[in-house]
Design a protein around this ligand. Sequence first.
Ligand code: GAL
Length: 341
Amino acid sequence: MRLRLVFIFFFLAATAFASKAKPLIGLSLDTLKEERWQRDRDTFIAEAKKLGAEVIVQSANSDDTRQVRDVESLISRQVDVLVIVPHNGAAMTRAVKSANDAKIPVIAYDRLILNANIDYYLTFDNVKVGEAQGSYASAHLPKDRTARIVRIYGAPTDNNAKLFKQGQDNILKPLITAGKIEVVHEDWALDWKPENAKKIMNAAITKAGRNIDAVVVSNDGTAGGAIQALLEEGLAGKVLVTGQDAELSACQRIVNGTQAMTIYKPLSKLAKQAAEVAIKMARSKPVVALGKINNGKIDVPSILLDVVVVTKDNMMDTVVKDGFHTAADVYRGAAESPQPP
Ligand code: GAL
């Protein structure tokens, strides 16, 4: 009997040690629709592998019920830690509760999970993204009359979309109050879909006419949709359009002049840090996170990374220099050739 207990003890210890030696990470994504999430996934897996871990990936195709199910199935596969990019920060609360009950730590990746006991939040400075978009637009608007702008926000389910808007408001609201800027139309692009942004831009032109100075858009995917509508009206390149994510097609639009700027977020830094934090948690090692962000329930230890404004003037010195895109890809078919850094 005693021998049997000793055997069981060593067996449990060996299994626990084995999983710490090769942690199993569950990565639950909202979608793989946008270019960036494919990069996040690939970089995260590569970094985790380098650190001796294995990753199981699930993508919910922007469906909340499916994402909750994805997380439940990762829990049932006894992952050591969960890394979640929520489609809807509020809809994941109960999935996190199941993880808490199973004593599996949860990291929110890029987007915050609301009203839940999560362990860490890793993202970029999302308010700063909005401030940079608002600053760029306001710096390039006519000063001799009231400028007319359209605002296309992101997915209303995405907490980040609200932070981008908050950052833009920090810059634009005082100018709007002062009558220097008039918002002729504004709306939220469901699920960040380019086609929804195009519909919003069509509605803006129908309502406000062609006399529009700028479209303050929250990411490149939706910027592409808005620019499609402008193209159909012969307004592309004549109306300033903002963006985010430094997608290849957006960088090409910037060097061709139909999009004015984007925000480059060094995804490899975020994915690398997230993999390190996940593995430390799986091995019960301490994690240093200097920031704190309240998610409606707790102050979540958080890591916020910096972002970079990209225009045609610093394209080579930012996304190309970082190897995020090659000059050949960005300038393919462009009238202008790359400006050496
Ligand atoms: C946001 C993310 C952006 C953008 C958008 C659409 O949460 O921070 O980088 O990609 O989702 O997926």
